[in-house]
Design a protein around this ligand. Structure first.
Ligand SMILES: [Zn+2]
Length: 372
């Protein structure tokens, strides 16, 4: 089956990307450039050689630790204020190049300083070791880089803070509570949500309910990954826990949600957006298993996202093309899915929501698809 839209047309059409990890979206050229500037050890500084090691082309069967380890080079060059700010700035330029007019970028502030990933060994990458960046400093540097890019391109970008699940066991409950608190402190400055990320198989969502609930009453939304890993029964339980215990406003992946009328009804009536990355290798075969068409028919607010576009070597445009081809969708479905994203963005203000709507209407989105 094929779509009526060409790759070139999709590339040029206005898009959103509501689930995009900063550390999965750093171009290999930038990793090498920053590594040379900052003193980060890479196995090679040759672009072609490094790209082969850095990008994941055969994820199937790769142990999850090894999968995460590929992120370490990108994180290493973002463990200084200069590197983190530069990467955030370049990220916005990359978004604008692909005509992504609104994006929500996510990152784990602790990974860049006080709460490193268990698989990140500073001595393997940093020479000399970088000073530890505080959580606040990490957030300020990303926001500052994003702001420069926004000023230059005119697109809109917000930031989501990730809580890596393993942080609870590696660094204790404070490492989880700190991120929720930080998000609320920065809610006027471009932080719009918190996320629960990384190894879902070994960590039940229930452990994180308290931190997620601590944001209720603020403008911070709750946007955990859920239903990405494991067998369907486990994934459905995680989705249910994220909705009922973590009070999710959005769910990353939620692959088997279509199997449960009850969860589908909940997502539709509560306007819980479902973020799908059709080419994501982590969630198995999301094109075949995800039933994007069923979600659309059921009027669940489903959106197309890129997750880790550089590391997984699948841009947002590639993901769109795969989804449209697989389901034999055309322009009608492209605009419906795009309207879902514009209608369910986690905007920092009513004024920003209006600006985003105007950007899309100017480039062809039918006003009648927009929710008030
Ligand atoms: Zn993700």
């Amino acid at each position: 089956m094929t779509t009526t839209l060409t790759r070139e047309e999709i590339f040029r059409l206005p898009k959103t990307d509501l689930h995009r990890h900063l550390d999965g979206a750093v171009q290999p050229e930038l990793v090498i450039k920053l590594a040379k500037q900052l003193g980060v050890k890479l196995p090679t500084y040759d672009l072609a050689e490094f790209t082969k090691l850095y990008q994941i082309t055969e994820p199937k069967g790769m142990p999850i630790d090894q999968l995460f380890q590929r992120f370490a080079w990108a994180i290493a060059v973002m463990r200084t204020p200069q590197g983190l700010c530069q990467a955030a700035y370049e990220q916005v330029l990359d978004l604008a190049r692909e005509n992504i007019l609104y994006a929500e970028i996510r990152f784990a502030p602790g990974y860049h300083g006080v709460y490193p990933a268990p698989w990140y060994k500073p001595t393997a990458y940093e020479e000399p070791l970088f000073p530890i960046m505080s959580l606040e400093n990490a957030v300020i540097n990303v926001l500052s880089g994003l702001a420069s890019g926004i000023a230059e391109t005119g697109i809109e970008v917000n930031l989501t803070l990730c809580i890596p699940r393993e942080s609870l066991f590696a660094h204790g409950p404070k490492s989880v509570a700190d991120i929720a608190k930080l998000a609320v402190e920065f809610q006027d400055w471009g932080i719009v949500a918190i996320d629960l990320a990384c190894d879902e198989l070994s960590h039940s969502p229930y452990h994180y309910a308290q931190a997620f609930r601590s944001t209720i009453g603020s403008r911070i939304r709750r946007n955990p990954h859920a239903g990405e890993m494991g067998v369907d029964a486990y994934r459905l339980d995680c989705i249910q826990a994220c909705i009922t215990q973590l009070h999710a406003d959005g769910l990353g992946h939620a692959l088997p949600i279509w199997q449960s009328d009850y969860l589908m009804a909940w997502a539709r009536t509560k306007n819980i957006r479902i973020e799908r990355t059709p080419l994501s290798p982590v969630d198995g075969c999301s094109l075949a298993d995800g039933h994007l068409d069923v979600l659309l028919d059921y009027k669940v607010p489903v959106v197309i996202t890129s997750d880790d576009p550089v590391l997984m070597r699948a841009s947002l445009t590639d993901n769109w093309l795969a989804a449209l081809n697989y389901h034999n969708f055309g322009a009608k479905e492209f605009w419906q899915l795009t309207a879902n994203a514009v209608n369910h963005g986690f905007f920092r203000s009513a004024a920003q929501k209006k600006r985003v709507q105007q950007l899309f209407v100017k480039q062809g989105l039918d006003r009648s698809l927009l929710m008030k």
